[in-house]
Ligand binder design. Structure first.
Ligand SMILES: [Zn+2]
Ligand SMILES: [Zn+2]
Length: 405
């Protein structure tokens, strides 16, 4: 069986792979696995790509994997990245392939990303002889913890890949199905996770001393956190600093001796990061002085901003326009969410794009919500743009130089 290489052959090949992609996505959706525990998922990936004859490369993570396809013609190496982990969310969507694991759910769409990349591997492998370059399919665990990409990259995944390019995507339930969002430059925020520990003397709830009360102090901290990013934004999108988890106390009538706030800081530029962290440290110092507590600030997690190469993003946008039409490819503003695909894009030029997955009737919940649900037609679009985007990036010759466009 032969099909022409390049964009013209892609739609039919993707259509042929579509049912399998949907089945794969549903199987993964029914068996969600948390970061670094994606063993069943990894076995499925390995079995599929082994059957296609791809060569597995060792990775530094306990789960996930990297698989090489050699094209038959000269060209560049393209790293195709999908994340594979699920979240500690209890699914509330009533579908036949609903999560079978209480409290775990593919609530961010990584099941779709995995299925799409397996579909892209099938489509590209069928044409291997005609393809330029080399394709490294990376199935990355642990995106939600911000540990997966860093562990893989620091473990040597990209060694020897100088000159390679990166492509990846995220489905977006907030974007209607049929739309694609592509942006050159800063696209997603830099994230720091925060852990702020307050300590005081503790004591009897009926005998407050007016000082050293960590519960009162943490309430004040939650209220003041927004000031850390006040006035900071990038091209119309605000920086964010919010609390997500508070821990304090063991009884109604005991003032505890410690309290912990965990939260997240999202900025876009290095200047904003410096400014926001400076304000956060000052806030902690002021809080300590005013409330008579000690305050310890830790930054246990980090991922850089997602920065797309403008020239390569133009290639991906062209591939998307060919698939969904000119008016359905949006030049997006930067978004406040983050993604550790930035660990790849920090080292190699590439493009991370967004694929609309919102049901036309508006019933898709937001990412990370128990009502998150996508329209599976998104898989067809994502696979086609991934395949044609990767082919464009792999093409030999000058092409758009990274950084141009
Ligand atoms: Zn997520
Ligand atoms: Zn995600």
């Amino acid at each position: 069986v032969t099909s022409p290489a390049g964009p013209n052959g892609t739609p039919a090949a993707v259509d042929a792979a579509f049912d399998e992609m949907v089945d794969t996505r549903r199987a993964l959706h029914a068996h969600p696995e948390l970061g670094f525990e994606e063993h069943v998922t990894t076995t499925l990936i390995r079995d599929r790509l082994g059957a296609l004859g791809l060569t597995e490369r060792p990775v530094a993570t306990p789960t996930g994997g990297a698989f090489v396809l050699e094209g038959g013609r000269p060209g560049r190496t393209v790293v195709l990245r999908a994340d594979i982990d699920a979240l500690a969310v209890h699914e509330q969507v009533d579908v036949g392939f609903r999560s079978t694991v209480d409290g775990h759910m593919h609530a961010c769409g990584h099941d779709a990303h995995t299925a799409v990349l397996l579909g892209a591997a099938r489509v590209l492998t069928a044409r291997a002889e005609e393809l330029p370059g080399r394709y490294l399919f990376v199935f990355q665990p642990g995106e939600e913890s911000l540990m997966g990409a860093r562990t893989m990259v620091e473990g040597g995944l990209l060694e020897g890949l100088e000159g390679a390019r990166v492509i990846g995507h995220h489905v977006a339930s907030t974007l209607p199905v049929g739309l694609v969002g592509v942006r050159g430059g800063i696209t997603m925020s830099e994230v720091h996770s925060l852990r702020i520990t307050l300590r005081g003397a503790g004591g009897h709830g009926a005998m407050p001393t007016g000082s050293g009360d960590v519960v009162r102090a943490i309430a004040r901290l939650v209220d003041d956190l927004g000031g850390v990013v006040a006035g900071l934004g990038y091209e119309g999108t605000d920086c964010v600093c919010t609390a997500g988890r508070l821990r304090a106390g063991s009884a109604p009538n005991v003032i505890p001796d410690h309290a912990v706030l965990e939260g997240t800081l999202r900025t876009f530029t290095a200047d904003q990061r410096t400014e926001a962290l400076g304000r956060l440290r000052a806030l902690c110092d002021t809080l300590a002085a005013d409330q008579g507590v000690t305050v310890e600030l830790e930054l246990p997690g980090h991922a850089p901003a997602v920065v797309n190469d403008p020239g390569l993003s133009a290639l991906v946008a062209a591939a998307a326009r060919a698939r969904v039409g000119h008016e359905r490819v949006l030049a997006m503003p930067p978004v406040a969410p983050s993604d550790d695909v930035s660990e790849f894009l920090d080292r190699l030029p590439g493009c991370y794009f967004f694929v609309g997955g919102g049901h036309p009737d508006g019933s898709s919940g937001v990412h990370h919500a128990p009502t998150f649900a996508i329209d599976e037609e998104a898989l067809r679009v994502a696979c086609a743009v991934t395949v044609d985007g990767a082919l464009a990036m792999a093409a030999p010759g000058p092409g758009p130089a990274p950084g141009a466009g």
